[in-house]
Design a protein around this ligand. Structure first.
Ligand code: 5GP
Ligand code: MN
Length: 338
């Protein structure tokens, strides 16, 4: 954030405001963690704030401090609409394109308010009064820490804020191992532990609460894995039937795509997950090295994200989507074989 932005934010927050905070649809640990942390910080500074999530969030995040106050735009629609109507300031967190908010896209486009974006994805849209966008950042949670620091308020970080920020940094960095994890990330995380984040408990809450059905579903996913050595690529498919047979719950497939990358000589991993209710195939892309999955997802699968982690969708059947993927892949043979 530059000096001008900091001055603008300070001026907006210099008097009590009505604020809503919006994470992206299908929010992950970083989206929920940053939203809850900012919520508590703003509420603690005398503002009226609410978090409106476009839809539900996964069970493995449902222990996070303050998560019961989140308004689900699908389930608590009238309450959420009212909060949005009353707001004069709208924070959008962990996305940079209003289409990432699903059903909230139109109301947000029509909303007249001071928008503040905090986000680390590529190619931000230009909808905010203040755009704090930095693609070098590990996570939006690290940026919310910076945001609080810019306001000179690091001392106001409570154990609950620290826990939420720690969780988002941990999940978005693959437990502090992805390329975007910097020495600064570790310094921030160290400070969050000093401020009350219980790191071992947080890790266990997120990663060690598997259900037997999720592990069975992982077994199905791994046995469906197709390895294409000539493209250094591995992909997984899960059909709606396979999800139904294994009591699929939101969040159960989180992390499955990463298994492909643990293979020696695989630099590009993909998972295709059928969603009959929405009539789409949800796709996650991951890479190691210089192959940009953000570009790949943008060009072919109506998506985007980061260089090494992106998402997208297809409205074709699972079979036709795979056919398209295999055809498209041919033109990337050289790019994938460096
Ligand atoms: P995931 O594969 O875990 O859903 O998402 C990986 C990354 O890509 C995340 O940073 C997520 O925000 C982003 N992403 C996921 N799906 C989409 C999409 O449909 N469009 C865009 N622009 N980004 C996405
Ligand atoms: Mn993120």
């Amino acid at each position: 954030m530059n000096l001008e932005d900091i001055t603008t934010v300070k001026s907006i927050l210099s008097q009590p405001q009505n604020i809503v905070i919006i994470p992206h649809k299908n929010p992950d640990g970083d989206a929920i963690g940053s939203s809850l942390a900012l919520h508590e910080f703003l509420a603690g500074s005398g503002h009226k704030a609410s978090v409106i999530s476009p839809n539900d969030f996964p069970k493995f995040l449902k222990w996070m401090p303050g998560c019961n106050t989140i308004l689900n735009y699908e389930r608590e629609n009238s309450q959420a609409k009212r909060a949005l109507e009353e707001a004069s300031v709208v924070f959008t967190l962990d996305f940079n394109d209003l289409s990432r908010t699903g059903q909230l896209e139109t109301p947000l486009k029509e909303k007249v308010a001071d928008f503040i974006m905090i986000d680390h994805h590529q190619q931000p849209q230009d909808y905010a009064k203040v755009t704090y966008s930095d693609i070098s950042m590990s996570s939006t949670c690290e940026m919310v820490y910076n945001f609080i620091e810019y306001l000179g308020a690091v001392d106001q970080i409570t154990p609950e804020i620290a826990t939420n920020l720690y969780t988002g940094i941990m999940t978005d960095t693959g437990s502090f191992k992805y390329r975007s994890t910097s020495s600064r990330t570790h310094r921030v995380v160290a400070d969050l532990i000093d401020k009350g984040a219980q790191n071992m408990d947080i890790h266990q809450n997120v990663f060690d609460t598997n259900s037997p059905s999720r592990l069975h579903l992982l077994g199905v996913a791994l046995s469906n894995m197709v390895i294409l050595p000539e493209y250094k690529t591995a992909y997984i498919t899960l059909s709606q039937e396979e999800l139904d047979n294994n009591d699929f719950k939101k969040g159960d497939t989180e992390g499955f795509v990463n298994y492909g990358l643990t293979l020696e000589d695989v630099n590009f991993a993909v998972i295709f997950i059928e969603n009959r209710e929405e009539g789409i195939i949800k796709i996650s892309f991951r890479s190691v090295g210089d192959f940009s999955v953000n570009q790949f997802a943008r060009e072919h699968f109506n998506g985007g994200g980061h260089d090494n982690a992106a998402g997208g969708r297809s409205e074709l059947s699972l079979e036709a989507t795979l056919e398209k993927f295999n055809t498209v892949l041919e033109s990337y043979k050289n790019a994938l074989n460096v």
